[in-house]
Design a protein around this ligand. Structure first.
Ligand code: NAD
Length: 415
């Protein structure tokens, strides 16, 4: 098959590689000329895709910024961003622009699948009408479906092939086309009755995580008051083999999905005069977590009769998750922002994030920084960092990830 992928980011590129590795011919379209150039030169910009994975694909994976290159494709998968506006409402600009550009080159018989996470109703009410402007009829001339991406960057135990893939088409024919398409790269394709079911199931998966993370974050705050080790409590509860699922507290939620997706569902709910309490509350608790971390930093410094102002605070980890340089919505950035507002002398170390231009900072050498810091705050516990050494060398360490469990030191505190 010839398959088009629109949007070659964290979702689109691994998918493009998966189809090309399965022997299909893939045409990627991205408006970012730097990405297009990199891919065509065999250079990857996504941690999970090494350059060595691109080399054997050769001409099977080509990229451009031209939608016209998609005309020969039998199927086109859309993986553009779906962020929030500044007022925390769904921003479908990228999706609507991609849809218009696609409509202009749409061919009879093509299957269009949306993978971007969005609220239920987007495929039917926003995407399909734009595609229909081409004059082609959805369900007979062209086929439209939604299939949520379930990728978890950095994860190696579940891959595109081994993670079941949901598909929901606008008509039975649409669903069947989508099922055939994903069967090329997924061992199990699960068919649902409508695009709305597929759209909402993705939001359920992410809101489920958001709510549970908020719950343990709140528990961590309560344990702080009670003087109980939250990590020991979670370890203890996790010994129950049924009826409990482990979630861990942290400095707050980051990335392109968990902090964003619940707002998509809340928006759709409000349109129906429905106010989803769990979703809103989880968002509120998780968004407040970086401020709680800063309060803990203030308390530790206070015990040493040091004000935050002027104190040298080393933030370990700027990416939102271990092993990733993705800083989107990263709680580390909020913590840096709050500390900067308090006039702390902040620096950060992150092997995956060389620079943070918005702070005018570059990742510092860990050894040198530990020798001169007042406090080290472990915000994201990247692999390859010797945390025992951090605790041994920093005068004070605050661990918001529980990575130092097992280390006892009078200079160490944990969330
Ligand atoms: N990153 C994840 O882990 C993840 C997981 C599941 C779902 N998702 C969802 O997948 C979607 C894409 O996320 P991502 O992380 O891959 O985003 P990304 O920003 O990494 O990639 C999106 C790409 O789309 C390109 N683009 C934007 N507008 C375009 C247009 N009109 N035409 C062509 N290309 C365009 C951008 O240049 C960018 O390269 C989002 O809806 C996201 O919520 C992401």
């Amino acid at each position: 098959m010839k398959i088009g992928i629109v949007g070659l980011g964290y979702v689109g590129l691994p998918l493009a590689v998966a189809f090309a590795e399965a022997g299909q011919e893939v045409r990627g379209v991205d408006l970012d000329a730097a990405k297009v150039e990199a891919l065509n030169a065999g250079r990857s910009y996504i941690e999970d895709i090494p350059d060595s994975a691109l080399a054997p694909l050769g001409e099977r994976l080509r990229a451009s910024s031209e939608y016209a290159d998609l005309t020969a494709c039998e199927a086109v998968i859309v993986c553009v961003p779906t962020p929030l506006t500044s007022s925390r409402e769904p921003d479908l600009t990228y999706l609507l622009e991609a849809a218009s550009a696609l409509a202009a080159v749409l061919q009879r018989g093509q299957l269009i699948v949306l993978e971007s996470t969005t609220y239920p109703g987007t495929t039917r009410e926003r995407l399909a009408p734009i595609l229909a402007e081409s004059g082609l009829i959805v369900g007979s001339d062209v086929f439209v479906a939604f299939s949520p991406e379930r990728i978890d960057p950095g994860r190696t135990d579940y891959t595109i092939r081994t993670t079941p893939k949901l598909v929901g088409g606008m008509t039975e024919a649409c669903t069947e086309r989508a099922r055939e398409l994903y069967s090329l790269v997924c061992d199990k394709v699960v068919v649902v009755s409508t695009p709305e079911v597929a759209e909402l199931s993705k939001l359920l998966e992410n809101v489920f995580r958001s709510v549970n993370i908020a719950f343990v974050n709140e528990l961590a705050q309560l344990c702080d008051r009670l003087g109980i080790d939250v990590w020991e409590v979670i370890d203890a509860a996790s010994t129950k083999p049924f009826g409990f699922m482990r979630f861990e507290p942290g400095p707050g939620m980051g990335g392109h999905c968990l902090p964003v997706d619940p707002f998509y569902l809340a928006f759709r709910a409000r349109e129906q005069d429905f106010y989803p309490e769990f979703i809103e509350l989880a968002g509120k608790v998780n968004q407040a977590q970086p401020a709680f971390c800063v309060e803990r930093i203030e308390r530790v410094l206070n015990q040493a009769t040091k004000p935050v102002k002027g104190s040298r605070i080393l933030v370990l980890g700027a990416g939102y998750k271990a092993g990733s340089g993705d800083t989107r919505e990263s709680p580390a950035l909020t913590i840096l922002r709050l500390l900067t507002a308090l006039e702390a002398d902040v620096s950060y170390h992150d092997p995956f994030v060389p620079d943070l231009p918005e702070f005018g900072l570059s990742s510092v050498d860990l050894d040198a920084a530990l020798a001169s810091t007042d406090l080290a705050a472990i915000v994201t516990a990247h692999p390859g960092v010797d945390y025992a050494q951090v605790v041994a060398r920093a005068p004070r360490t605050l661990d918001f990830r529980g990575i130092t469990r097992g280390i006892a030191s009078p200079t160490l505190e944990r969330l």
